[in-house]
Design a protein around this ligand. Structure first.
Ligand SMILES: *Cc1c(COP(=O)(O)O)cnc(C)c1O
Length: 349
């Protein structure tokens, strides 16, 4: 069997390969991939051949990426909020710690599209150590979110070194890793990796699935291995126009994730990232989808629909409006549209 490293090394990265294996051929293709690199491994290629558009549109370059004049390079203001070049300290008790600029596959809708996979996101060992020292000297930080790029793109020994250093900081209670590997290169989840990760508990993993077609024998196996090692696995899905922007597809995805012990955590409204405008839906569409989910499927299967506000203002939860009238008697509608009321306690008035 091929190792994950070999699969990764043999990925499609050039215009010629895209043309040969995917029939991808338009005149601006070299311009697109010069700006926004491509990486498609054989596992994903196989998924594209089996399922077509919903997988293809996530990974295969499109001319619309360089025609986007609406969005901006760094909508979340991460560069401005950085304490060290690879640490974003936006919320009081937790930080986002970027440990690599590389991924096993480059999602076309990536929020850090401006730099992931390019030399603009080279992260040195020294930069990592400096960030760890920042965390050590700020004891209000109780949680570290390790992201990138994809942290599991790093060798086991490097990940182990970072986790060991973080675990030596008494104020760091929770470590969370964000990784798309379970869906983009599930062979990365090896018994050795899982054993190493589970020696750093409490450790959580948030992974990323966008479509039920991504739940394959291999990705299910990867998630099951993590869950069996006591690692709670969450999922951060991105709402993507023409890929998963309807409640039937998302209900199927979320219910199937729950069955493999992956808890849907966030459904993200598309960020305002340059090169991704063609993936954005309206928030009206997202709220309508949420309305079709609440009450109709298990609450456990329902993520928080959130918009990450431009300018680094943070995540804003978006929910359908159930409150029709406030005051002494609250009037609501329920998930079926029936009207009901609830009296507030008298002494609150
Ligand atoms: C999303 C995010 C977090 C984590 O937010 P949660 O709501 O706890 O998942 C932390 N820091 C930054 C900069 C983020 O963008």
């Amino acid at each position: 069997m091929e190792t994950w490293q070999t699969i990764l090394k043999d990925s499609i990265t050039t215009s010629e390969d895209l043309k040969k294996h995917l029939g991808c051929d338009f005149i601006e293709l070299p311009d697109v991939i010069n700006q926004f690199p491509v990486r498609i491994n054989s596992y994903i290629l196989n998924q594209i051949r089996l399922h077509g558009h919903p997988i293809r549109a996530q990974y295969v370059p499109d001319v619309q990426e360089i025609q986007d004049t609406t969005c901006i390079p760094d909508p979340l203001g991460e560069e401005d909020l950085s304490k060290t070049p690879n640490l974003v300290h936006k919320y009081p008790d937790r930080v986002l710690f970027l440990v690599t600029g590389q991924c096993s596959a480059f999602c076309r809708f990536c929020t850090r599209k401006r730099k992931v996979g390019t030399e603009r996101m080279a992260i040195s060992k020294k930069a990592i150590d400096r960030s760890i020292e920042y965390i050590r000297s700020n004891p209000t930080i109780r949680e570290v979110l390790i992201s990138g790029g994809d942290p599991l793109h790093l060798p086991d020994s490097t990940i182990d070194r970072i986790l060991t250093k973080l675990r030596s900081i008494p104020s760091v209670e929770i470590i969370r890793i964000g990784s798309r590997m379970p869906s983009s290169l599930p062979m990365r989840v090896t018994p050795q990796l899982v054993r190493m990760l589970s020696s750093h508990h409490p450790l959580y993993i948030n992974t990323h699935f966008n479509h039920p077609a991504e739940l394959t024998k291999e990705s299910i196996r990867a998630c099951t291995m993590l869950a069996d090692a006591g690692i709670p696995v969450g999922c951060q899905t991105v709402l993507l126009r023409g890929i998963n922007d309807n409640s039937k597809i998302l209900a199927e995805l979320f219910c199937k994730l729950l069955r493999i012990r992956v808890k849907p955590y966030y459904l993200f409204q598309g960020d305002l990232t340059r090169g991704t405008n063609h993936f954005r839906t309206t928030t009206k569409c997202g709220i309508q989808i949420m309305q079709e989910l609440y009450g109709h499927i298990s609450g456990m299967a329902i993520p928080i629909y959130a918009l990450d506000a431009p300018g680094g203002k943070g995540k804003i939860p978006l929910t359908p409006n159930y409150l029709l009238q406030s005051g002494r008697d609250l009037v609501f509608r329920n998930f079926r549209g029936e009207v009901c009321s609830y009296p507030e306690p008298v002494d609150s008035f």
